[in-house]
Write a protein that binds this ligand. Structure first.
Ligand code: C2E
Ligand code: CA
Ligand code: CA
Ligand code: CA
Length: 275
């Protein structure tokens, strides 16, 4: 039948076999990557669009593989989620990020991405609080970035996780806003302090009026609700101008800085503060 024919073609597609092999390799080598010290955290600044100063850094994990070169999180985070390695990996990332942030001026915060699985793991909130204690970082300087997918299943664990950490002073940002359901209900239910407007909207800016109008509307809503609006993926001065004008309060993207290693993040802060 047609269906069988298609399955056969898919089965013998050499590129698919290559992908599978690579995935299996990533799966087995990820276990060792931490011990071998192949992972590191990079930091990308979030810039106050009014003052031009760094207000925060987002922690972004990198894997420098001895043979495969630099691996992007989009490739190995999903694998880590499948195998459950994300729990150990996620805790390591939070601990590293908190340690780095503890070296920065007190008004600079650190944002860490959380995978849905991490949040559901037993003891997840405890792990984060103990990482903060160990690094001697005040909970109010940590911001956890979560996407809507985390909130979709309405699990009690998720609610407990968020409430427990929010009570301790940890902040939350809604990441990739505009790519999912963009439900306003979540904004009402959970204590988000930031909304991060997805890069896809930013690249659509100036190309038609719609993206601009949407960003303007989200910014207006943020202002009313006392939330900051972050524009992600800013690459050009035109985009920076457009999102500032639309009411975004923070900007992030290659226009300001690519994600950088911890010593460069510290240097950016030192340079800014000597002025
Ligand atoms: P994200 O949270 O939306 O992170 C923003 C991504 O956009 C980062 O990619 C960043 O390097 C990239 N980016 C920043 N500015 C620009 C720009 O101006 N132009 C373009 N084209 N890209 C820009 P990255 O580091 O490859 O991370 C991809 C995704 O992987 C992240 O998306 C996040 O969902 C996930 N991720 C990264 N680090 C972690 C982590 O430590 N834990 C977890 N659970 N997920 C992570
Ligand atoms: Ca993020
Ligand atoms: Ca994002
Ligand atoms: Ca993303």
């Amino acid at each position: 039948s047609k269906v069988n024919g298609r399955q056969q073609i898919t089965f013998f597609d050499p590129s698919m076999t290559r992908n599978l092999v690579r995935r299996r390799e990533i799966e087995s080598e990820l276990r060792l990557a931490l011990q071998r010290d192949e992972l590191s955290i990079f930091f990308q600044p979030l810039i106050d669009l009014e003052t031009g100063r760094i207000r925060s850094f987002e922690a972004l994990v990198r894997w420098f593989h001895p043979e495969k070169g630099e691996l992007r999180p989009d490739e190995f985070i999903p694998v880590a989620e499948e195998t459950g390695a994300i729990i150990t990996l996620g805790n390591w990332i939070t601990a590293q990020a908190a340690k780095a942030a503890a070296q920065w001026p007190e008004d600079v915060t650190i944002a860490v991405n959380l995978s849905p699985l991490q949040i559901k793991a037993p003891g997840a909130a405890m792990a984060i609080l103990s990482a903060l204690r160990e690094a001697r970082l005040d909970p109010s300087r940590l911001e956890l970035e979560i996407t809507e997918t985390v909130l979709l299943d309405h699990s009690q664990n998720t609610e407990t996780f968020i409430n427990e950490l929010a009570e301790a002073g940890v902040r939350f940002a809604l990441d990739d806003f505009g790519t999912g359901y963009s439900s306003l209900g979540y904004l009402n239910k959970y204590p988000f302090s930031k909304i991060k407007v997805d890069r896809s909207f930013i690249s659509g800016i100036n190309q038609g009026k719609k993206s601009d109008a949407i960003i303007r509307a989200v910014s207006g809503m943020g202002q009313t609700l006392g939330m900051e609006i972050v524009a992600e993926g800013l690459e050009t001065i035109e985009q920076v101008r457009a999102v500032s004008e639309a009411g975004c309060t923070l900007g992030q993207g290659y226009y300001f800085s690519r994600p950088v290693p911890d010593y460069l993040a510290a240097m950016l802060l030192a340079k800014e503060r000597e002025k």
